[in-house]
Design a protein around this ligand. Structure first.
Ligand SMILES: [Ca+2]
Ligand SMILES: [Ca+2]
Ligand SMILES: [Ca+2]
Ligand SMILES: [Ca+2]
Length: 242
């Protein structure tokens, strides 16, 4: 089990994946491109909040706790997820924005995370909740494949679209897949402190900086001054963006 409950916590590793406090606070709209929003809607019951991304909107959806806005729970291709290098290891970068109340209710427990790939868009199956390949969908990564792992995370940065955590999945999980493959990202949270709280939890691909703004930041040398938490954790990891 890992716990990230302080902005200065160092990155932690669970079954090869890196979990890191990471705040991206878009100045405008359209910078974060979420692909999965889940909010306990009572379907799962018992305070479990779970779901996977898909563009499917036919009968039976949502089958878990997905929000149905097509802009925020949608199909995602592997090519749309950027690569981040930590030392000599490559990872695929995902961002997580938690929406929990403050104080003693600010934490949330990520219990399961499954990543599948398939040639088909609009996948629709409760089998995504089980860590096993099925019907054209190949399991690429399971947070619990080595043991039952848990990440206790905290809504450290409030406000919609203000991310809290970066999750880096080893590129070795994606060997043999192509950029056009569809990714299915299943997550399951429970609430250590009671039933579902606050707003939805939201996943997005890592951000690829716009070349112009990146250049300006570099010229002014202020990029990391404006991003102190990322600065400290990036230097811890020897992070280098491709
Ligand atoms: Ca947040
Ligand atoms: Ca909570
Ligand atoms: Ca687990
Ligand atoms: Ca919540």
């Amino acid at each position: 089990m890992i716990v990230l409950d302080d902005p200065d916590d160092p990155p932690a590793v669970l079954n090869g994946a890196i979990f890191q406090v990471f705040n991206v606070k878009p100045a405008g709209t359209g910078i974060l491109k979420p692909f999965l929003r889940i909010h306990d809607n009572g379907t799962s019951g018992n305070g479990v909040e779970q779901g996977y991304n898909t563009g499917y909107r036919g009968a039976g959806f949502p089958d878990f706790d997905q929000k149905t806005d097509p802009n925020y729970t949608r199909n995602l291709t592997l090519g749309a997820v950027p690569v981040a290098n930590v030392g000599s290891t490559s990872y695929r970068e995902f961002l997580l924005d938690l929406n929990e109340p403050g104080g003693s209710k600010a934490d949330i427990s990520l219990n399961e995370l499954h990543l599948f790939a398939g040639a088909a868009a609009d996948g629709f199956s409760t089998n995504f909740a089980a860590p096993a390949s099925f019907g054209g969908f190949t399991l690429l990564y399971d947070l619990d494949s080595n043991e039952d792992n848990t990440a206790i995370l905290t809504d450290l940065f409030s406000g919609s679209g203000s991310t809290d955590v970066r999750i880096l999945i080893p590129e070795s999980s994606f060997v043999g897949r192509s950029a056009s493959d569809y990714l299915y990202f299943y997550a399951e949270f429970t609430q250590a402190d009671g039933s579902s709280q606050g707003g939805f939890e939201e996943f997005a691909p890592g951000q690829v900086p716009e070349p112009a703004s990146f250049l300006i930041w570099g010229m002014l040398g202020v990029a990391f001054l404006a991003w102190p938490h990322a600065r400290s954790t990036i230097s811890n990891l020897g992070f280098k963006r491709q």
